[in-house]
Design a protein around this ligand. Structure first.
Ligand SMILES: [Zn+2]
Length: 339
C-alpha cells in the first residue's frame, strides 16, 4: 500500500512538471483525484489494510492528496501566467504600421432627394417640422377624419403598441400637431418615417418615408394648391414639367386629387419609363376638410388650407431611375456611390 502510494505520487509529480496546458492539467487531476481516480481507488482499498495501520495509511494518503493539489494549483497559476504573457506579446500594437483605411460612407438617395425637396419648399417660405413616429390613434386617424370604423384604416394596417398607440402610417398626423399649436398661418412640410405592415417587395416596405405639406391661411384656394405644386414639380423635375390633377378621395381633404407630372424621360410623348402614358403619378393632395380644421380648433369659416403628401422613396426612385425600392434599404455602398 505504502509503495503503491509512493508510486502514484512520483508518477503524478513528473506528469505535473511535464504538463504544458491547463486542459492536460485538468485531465491529470481527474485521473488521480477524480471519482475514479487512482488515489480515490487507493482509499477504497483501505479495507484490506490492518485496522491498526489504517490511521497511519489514511494520513499518508491525505498528505499525498494535499501535496498533489498544491502542485496542481501552482502549475495552473504558472501556465495561466505564461498564457497571459504570450497573449500580451501577440497583441502588442505596432504604431509604425500604416493605419486601416477608413471607408467613407455616401449620402443616401433618400437624403439627397429630401434635401432637394426641403430646399424647394423652404425657398417658398415653408418651415420644416417633425412629429412623433410613435403616435396616438387620434392623431394618425381620428383627427384626420378617419373614425374607428372607416375603411381607410384597413388600407393602412400598421404596428400597434397598444390599442391606442401605434407606429404612424402617414406623416399627416403632424398636420394636426401643428394646427393644435394654434399659431396661424401655417406653411410647413413634415418629412419622416412611416410604417405599414406590408410585405417587402420591389415597391413596398414596412417602413418608408413621406413628406407631408400643409398650408393654412385666410383665402387659400385650390388655385394656390395647384400653383404651389406645379412650381414644386418644375423645380424638382425641370422647367418643362407639366402637371395634371385627377379627382381622388382622401378622408381629410375635400376636394382631393392626385397629381401627375409629365414624364421627364420622354417629355410626355410616352415611353417605357412612363408605361406609354406620358404621365407619372407623384403625389396626393387636396383642400383641408372643414371638419379636420374644426377638430383642431381652427374656424373653417375664417381659414382654409391645402395639404399634400408625397412618398420620398417615390421621388428618389423616379429621379434616379431606380427600379427596385429594396435597393434603397440595403445600404450597399457600391449602390449608394452612384448618386
Ligand atoms: Zn415617358
Amino acid at each position: 500500500m505504502k509503495s503503491k502510494l509512493e508510486q502514484i505520487r512520483a508518477k503524478v509529480l513528473s506528469q505535473i512538471t511535464d504538463c504544458d496546458t491547463t486542459d492536460r492539467l485538468n485531465e491529470i487531476r481527474v485521473s488521480i483525484l477524480g471519482k475514479k481516480g487512482e488515489l480515490t481507488d487507493l482509499l477504497k482499498s483501505m479495507k484490506d489494510v490492518q485496522p491498526e495501520e489504517r490511521p497511519k495509511v489514511g494520513q499518508m494518503v491525505n498528505e499525498a492528496r494535499t501535496e498533489i493539489e498544491k502542485l496542481l494549483e501552482e502549475r495552473k497559476a504558472k501556465l495561466e501566467k505564461a498564457l497571459r504573457e504570450a497573449r500580451m506579446k501577440a497583441e502588442v500594437i505596432d504604431v509604425t504600421l500604416p493605419a486601416d483605411r477608413r471607408e467613407l460612407g455616401h449620402r443616401h438617395p433618400d437624403s439627397i432627394a429630401l434635401e432637394e425637396v426641403e430646399r424647394i419648399f423652404v425657398g417658398m417660405g415653408y418651415e420644416v417640422v417633425e412629429g412623433p413616429e410613435v403616435e396616438r390613434d387620434y392623431y394618425n386617424f381620428e383627427a384626420l377624419n378617419i373614425p374607428a370604423d372607416h375603411p381607410a384604416k384597413d388600407e393602412q394596417d400598421t404596428f400597434y403598441i397598444t390599442g391606442d398607440i401605434l407606429l404612424r402610417t402617414q406623416t399627416s398626423g403632424v398636420q394636426v400637431h401643428e394646427m393644435e399649436k394654434g399659431k396661424l398661418p401655417i406653411r410647413m412640410i413634415a418629412p419622416g418615417r412611416v410604417f405599414r405592415s406590408d410585405e417587402v417587395d420591389a415597391t413596398h416596405s414596412p417602413c418608408f418615408h413621406q413628406i407631408e405639406g400643409l398650408v393654412i391661411d385666410r383665402h387659400i384656394t385650390f388655385a394656390d394648391l395647384k400653383g404651389t405644386l406645379a412650381e414644386f414639380a418644375r423645380a424638382l423635375f425641370g422647367e418643362e414639367t407639366k402637371v395634371k390633377f385627377r379627382p381622388h378621395h382622401f378622408p381629410f381633404t375635400e376636394p382631393s386629387a392626385e397629381m401627375d407630372v409629365t414624364c421627364f424621360k420622354c417629355g410626355g410623348k410616352g415611353c417605357r419609363f412612363c408605361k406609354g402614358s406620358g404621365w407619372i403619378e407623384i403625389l396626393g393632395c387636396g383642400m383641408v376638410h372643414p371638419h379636420v380644421l374644426e377638430m383642431s380648433g381652427i374656424d373653417p369659416e375664417e381659414y382654409t388650407g391645402f395639404a399634400f403628401g408625397v412618398g420620398l422613396e417615390r421621388i428618389a426612385l423616379l429621379k434616379y431611375e431606380i427600379d427596385d425600392m429594396r435597393l434603397l434599404y440595403e445600404n450597399d455602398i457600391r449602390f449608394l456611390r452612384q448618386f
